[in-house]
Design a protein around this ligand. Structure first.
Ligand code: ATP
Length: 724
């Protein structure tokens, strides 16, 4: 903060192209009282204007010109116009009142003919709204009682009660807080406007958001159910699927053994079948029997031939022993028989029995005649033939007997091997039965396997129907174990959950998104509202604090100022008395706005606090005169009252500097001397820049600048008196 005891805040003023100062003009302010003197119209007041302007004054009236362009040197017949005006005010910054790490700060303002005006602080551009609080901190301002322009010597009297209060506040260094408060109030106003806007938007969105919330709750419920259902489905299907897997494993467990056993058995059977086939197809014995039989038959045939031969021989031998019945040769015999036959056939053709009888008698007679005609044959010995034949037959029979024996042997053997064959076949059949049984068993296992697989596929289908991948089911570990009872419970629960989901129903995604957007926007606005309300609350606290500060500081000093005012009044008027009175319910104060323009603070918040609307009125009584109101005072008296107030303020809270433009003009000699004495007196604490025509004031000055204007219409500076 500013050190109130620090003087010589103003180090230097540089003008270039400003009003009548066409060229670069430098005013050093090394001393406590700097006087500016010169003839009328030489440009003295232009210096004051320059100070006002660089401190942020925007109002043309205050700068005695119409528009910014009139601030630029307009040119004279002898001196061309300038393209821009620039003022640099070099301020002491030893106490770092400005946030710049330098002993001095250069506050600059420049305007060109296009009307572009810019401020800079140590060559860095700065906005007026940022500059004003900085200036306020060192109690600098373009207005008020610290820069009193020409003809404004009665300013305190002529000002309104509110303006007077502002002047006092400025002196007390409260302007900084006033500006801050004004800014806070504007921010608060904006916040309130925005709060209202957001509230309106929230109200508009509220029904939609309410519906959405309801829907969202339902959908959240649905999601919860879906989650539970999904979990249940997963564990249910995973359990059932893996249980089937386990069943499959159990069922398939013996299959390898069974198959191995079966294949072994089949191998055995095949082997045995081969052996049996071989056995069956082994016809050695059979052939042997056949051969023996053939031999027997051959022997039998030979025997029967021999036997017949023997019989014949025996017959012959018999015949030789007996008389032969006939001796006809065979051809004679044949001829006779043929004739006989013809005769008999002829008989058969006869018609009568008598003829037949007669014919038959003839036949009988011819037969008798035929056989009565016999011839004698010579006898042959056949016993030798018979004997050899009989021996042969005997030999054959022995052979047959031997063969029969051999056949019996072979047959017996065959019978025995047949028995073994049958036994083997029996055993083989048993094995085949076993194989069949085994195949049935394997088949049954395969059937069971297929059944389980079908059930698994069915589960996979069900699972896929839930919109899930069969692969996931296969990979899913079976966590939860179910009993039949809990499995049944799970099924009922799943059904119930599905029912609940479909009861809740779907929601159009685009509608949902729209609602979601609304809700997001609602939440965003709510957050913004909360931020704004918080900011508004903070601002209210800040405003209240600033108010409090202004009020307290003001009240603390007000009585002292009023008392000092009374003292200086008495001094100026040689008696009488005066005081400052706090008035209530005046308009809110004028504040230099963000753009430097004065704005009425219309803040409702500000209006709430009645204390803030206080104004300052002057209560006085002149010695020997019955004057009660300031309106009744003469011009000179008004100046005296104003000066009394000025010095009262300086005495209570000396400002860093004061710029006074011919405020001593209306003073009589005595008061002019008093004025110069007081300036001298207060110059220990306050720097004075005084434009004057008054000799006693000039005498009080430590440094005196003479301003002249030549034919060329350009103000020139002449240093008339140096400090010390
Ligand atoms: P007084 O003692 O009578 O009050 P002063 O010394 O205060 O006089 P100023 O009012 O500062 O005089 O100066 C006025 C002079 O400045 C006039 O001569 C005027 O022509 C000149 N002036 C004002 N504006 C410009 C400008 N834009 N260009 C050139 N000269 C200007």
């Amino acid at each position: 903060m500013t050190d109130p005891t620090k003087i010589n805040l103003l180090n230097r003023l540089e003008l270039q192209g400003f009003k009548s100062f066409a060229g670069k003009t430098v005013f050093e302010f090394p001393a406590k009282v700097v006087g500016v003197v010169g003839p009328n119209g030489s440009g003295k007041s232009n210096i004051i204007d320059a100070i006002r302007w660089v401190l942020g004054e925007r109002e043309a009236k205050q700068l005695r010109g119409e528009g910014l362009e009139n601030l630029i040197f307009a040119g004279t017949p002898k001196k061309p116009a300038q393209g821009f005006a620039r003022v640099d005010l070099v301020l002491d910054n030893a106490n770092r009142a400005f946030p710049v790490d330098a002993e001095e700060v250069v506050l600059s303002r420049r305007v060109d003919r296009s009307g572009t005006s810019e401020f800079s602080l140590n060559d860095a551009e700065i906005r007026l709204k940022d500059l004003l609080p900085l200036l306020a901190r060192v109690r600098l301002g373009a207005r008020g009682i610290m820069i009193i322009g020409q003809g404004q010597s009665d300013i305190f009297v002529m000002s309104s009660p509110r303006e007077r209060r502002e002047m006092i506040e400025e002196f007390l260094g409260l302007r900084e807080f006033r500006i801050k408060k004004g800014q806070a109030e504007r921010r608060l106003e904006n916040s309130i406007i925005n709060i209202d806007k957001i509230k309106a938007m929230l109200e508009e969105l509220a029904p939609q958001v309410r519906i959405f919330k309801k829907q969202k709750t339902r959908l959240e419920k649905r999601s919860e159910i879906e989650l539970e259902l999904e979990g249940l489905e997963s564990s249910y299907y995973a359990f059932r699927y893996s249980r089937l897997g386990r069943e499959l494993q159990t069922v398939m467990l013996p299959i390898a053994g069974l198959k191995e056993e079966r294949n072994g058995l089949e191998g055995e059977i095949q082997k045995e079948e081969k052996i049996l086939n071989a056995l069956y197809q082994n016809d050695d014995d059979y052939a042997k029997v056949k051969e023996i039989r053939a031999k027997i038959n051959a022997h039998l045939d030979a025997e029967s031939v021999k036997q017949r031969e023997l019989s014949r021989i025996e017959a012959k031998m018999e015949i030789q022993k007996e008389v032969p019945l006939y001796t006809h040769k065979p051809e004679e015999f044949k001829k006779f028989i043929t004739g006989l036959k013809d005769e008999i056939e002829a008989v058969l053709g006869l018609d009568t029995v008598a003829e037949m009888k007669s014919h038959l008698k003839n036949i009988v007679a011819s037969v008798q005649s035929f056989f009565s005609n016999r011839s004698e044959e010579p006898k042959i010995d056949l016993s030798g033939d018979w004997k050899s034949l009989a021996d042969e037959i005997k030999g054959i029979r022995v052979q047959i007997d031997d063969l029969r024996k051999a056949e019996d042997d072979v047959s017996r053997k065959t019978r025995e091997s047949n028995k073994e064959f049958r036994e083997k076949v029996g055993k083989l059949n048993e094995k085949k039965n076993d194989l069949y049984a085994m195949d049935r068993k394997i088949q049954s296992v395969v059937l069971q396997k297929e059944t389980i697989e079908m059930r698994r596929e069915e589960l996979e289908r069900e699972w896929a129907a839930l919109g899930k991948s069969a692969e996931a089911l296969k990979r899913m570990p079976s966590g939860e174990e179910f009993s039949d009872e809990t499995l049944h419970e799970a099924e009922s629960r799943m059904m119930r959950l599905r029912g609940e989901i479909s009861a809740i129903g779907e929601m159009d995604q685009s509608v949902f998104r729209e609602f979601e957007e609304s809700e997001k926007r609602y939440e965003f606005l709510e957050a913004q509202l909360a931020d704004l309300e918080k900011a508004a609350a903070d601002l209210k606290v800040l405003i209240r604090d600033l108010d409090q500060r202004i009020k307290n500081d003001f009240k603390t000093s007000f009585r002292a100022i009023s008392d000092a005012f009374n003292e200086y009044f008495k001094l100026m008027f040689g008696g009488g008395k005066a005081r400052l009175v706090l008035e209530e319910k005046v308009k809110p104060p004028m504040i230099i706005g963000e753009e430097g323009a004065e704005e009425e603070s219309s803040s409702a918040e500000a209006a709430e606090d009645k204390e803030e609307e206080l104004g300052v009125s002057i209560d006085l009584s002149l010695p020997r005169k019955k004057i009660t109101g300031v309106g009744m005072l003469s011009g000179g008296e008004k100046t005296l009252v104003s000066l009394a107030a000025l010095f009262a303020l300086i005495s209570i809270s000396p400002p860093p500097f004061l710029v006074l433009d011919e405020i001593d003009a209306a003073l009589d000699e005595e008061n002019a001397r008093r004025f110069s004495d007081l300036i001298k007196q207060f110059s220990t604490k306050t720097q004075f820049i005084v434009v004057t025509h008054n000799r006693s004031t000039m005498e009080a000055a430590d440094v005196l600048y003479g301003i002249t204007m030549g034919d060329d219409g350009v103000s020139k500076v002449l240093s008339l008196k140096l400090e010390g």
